[in-house]
Ligand binder design. Structure first.
Ligand SMILES: Nc1ncnc2c1ncn2[C@@H]1O[C@H](COP(=O)(O)OP(=O)(O)OP(=O)(O)O)[C@@H](O)[C@H]1O
Ligand SMILES: [Mg+2]
Length: 402
């Protein structure tokens, strides 16, 4: 018997480098995104000749590689600009963490002036510092705003940054934006001026199919697992599950990570489809809650309302005397949503947008809706929550508090 910690460290594992299969890892090769990588590279390349690239809006469903592709291209640009001695500076900002114009500008300044501190300064002061940087270095700034739909005063932010270009003399720097979103409704909700400014160029990331996911996983397995520790059946099942869900590479990667952890825990030398199956519900839960937390505020509020109502729900009476379990009436949800929204000082609550939010929550699979069948009072849509109400409630409350 050795030391407890020595035993723990020497324990057999199926992983050779577990980090390489974490969703935060950015592999050097990103198969099936060659076209998107090429387009972004082509768009940004003008910066190496001192010109300002057009703004770009990147969108596509969850886990389609938007974040890793944009980060990858920016890394390549950073590497190459040194050789070229080109004056450009890129900055990646996750707007879930920096969700207002002021916070984004603060984060920008932190990147541009790593040794200075601008906390507490006014927005216009911080903004001037950003423009000063561009002017002084004659540098084009390329700002990637990931999860851009999270910025509360986005119109003001985009307006300020594009107006900044007018204040910088042509050919002596400028500001370009790359907006990234997985929210399909987001673009339609933008103010016309913001939309035309942000979406000068657009790029869609389609979902991956099962074959593509299989290939992506294969490459990740070779980085993260010891040789021959993942059975073909495990790989196939992980790819099939993720393709069926929404063509989401994050689900695929997470499934194998969790399956590998299960194999380690059980002292197995190989990961088989059994571990993938067992990992499925845990991964689904993780994905759902991270999805809930990235929903736009208004959609979170609608989902929150549905969760609250589901928790104290009474069965719906039918005229026939039968009762329907676990189903809410759309009209009642809308009424309750108006009250909840008022509590959170959210004023923009029209019936039209409510319907749009409902249909978006449905495309994410978080709820399902049906038309009320015969025997039900009136003609209404019925809404059913597909995820556990108390967990949705908890995670949204955490989001709101944060
Ligand atoms: N083509 C690819 N090759 C290898 N790995 C990929 C590829 N596309 C995505 N991934 C992996 O899938 C996971 C999710 O990708 P990413 O975070 O870029 O998705 P996303 O489109 O930004 O999703 P979200 O909308 O949820 O932010 C990451 O672990 C990433 O490394
Ligand atoms: Mg992303």
């Amino acid at each position: 018997m050795g030391n407890l910690f020595e035993q723990e460290l020497n324990r057999e594992s199926v992983f050779s480098n577990r980090d390489a299969i974490s969703p935060y890892f950015i592999p050097d090769a990103l198969p099936f995104r060659e076209k998107q990588i090429k387009e972004i590279t082509g768009l940004l390349a003008v910066v190496l000749k001192g010109k300002k690239p057009n703004n770009l809006f990147v969108y596509g469903k969850v886990g389609t590689g938007k974040t890793c592709v944009v980060k990858h291209v920016l890394q390549e640009l950073d590497e190459f600009k040194q050789k070229q001695n080109a004056q450009t500076q890129s900055c990646y900002i996750n707007c879930r963490l920096h969700n207002s114009k002021y916070k984004v500008l603060q984060k920008l300044c932190k990147t541009l002036y790593p040794n200075e501190n601008f906390l507490g300064y006014s927005a216009s002061f911080v903004f001037d510092k950003v423009l000063d940087f561009s002017r002084a270095k004659k540098a084009n700034l390329i700002i990637a705003l990931d999860e851009i739909d999270k910025v509360k005063d986005l119109d003001e932010l985009v307006y300020a940054l594009s107006r900044g270009n007018d204040e910088i003399e042509n050919g002596f720097g400028g500001v370009s934006l790359i907006g990234i979103s997985n929210n399909v409704l987001f673009k339609e909700r933008l103010d016309a001026r913001t939309k035309s400014s942000l979406c000068q160029e657009e790029l869609v990331f389609p979902p991956y199919n099962a074959e593509e996911l299989k290939e992506i996983l294969k490459q990740r397995i070779s980085l993260a697992f010891l040789p021959n520790t993942v059975q073909e059946s495990a790989l196939n099942l992980a790819a099939a599950i993720s393709a069926q869900e929404s063509g989401d590479a994050r689900t695929a990667v997470l499934l194998l990570l969790r399956a590998g952890e299960l194999a380690d825990k059980q002292g197995l030398v190989k990961v088989s489809d059994v571990q993938v199956k067992d990992a499925k519900s845990k991964v689904e839960e993780e994905i759902t809650y991270s999805m809930v937390s990235t929903l736009p505020d208004q959609e979170q509020l609608v989902l929150y309302t549905i969760a609250l109502m589901a928790l104290k729900e009474k069965p719906l009476p039918k005229i026939t005397g039968q009762q329907e379990q676990g189903v809410l009436m759309s009209g009642e949800v809308f009424e309750e949503y108006q009250k909840v929204a008022k509590r959170f000082k959210e004023s923009n609550v029209s019936a039209r947008w409510f319907r749009a939010y409902i249909s978006e929550l449905e495309t994410y699979g978080l709820i399902s809706t049906t038309k009320s069948g015969p025997g039900m009072v009136g003609n209404t849509r019925l809404i059913k929550l597909n995820v556990e109400a108390h967990k949705v409630k908890e995670s949204i409350e955490k989001e709101i508090a944060g």
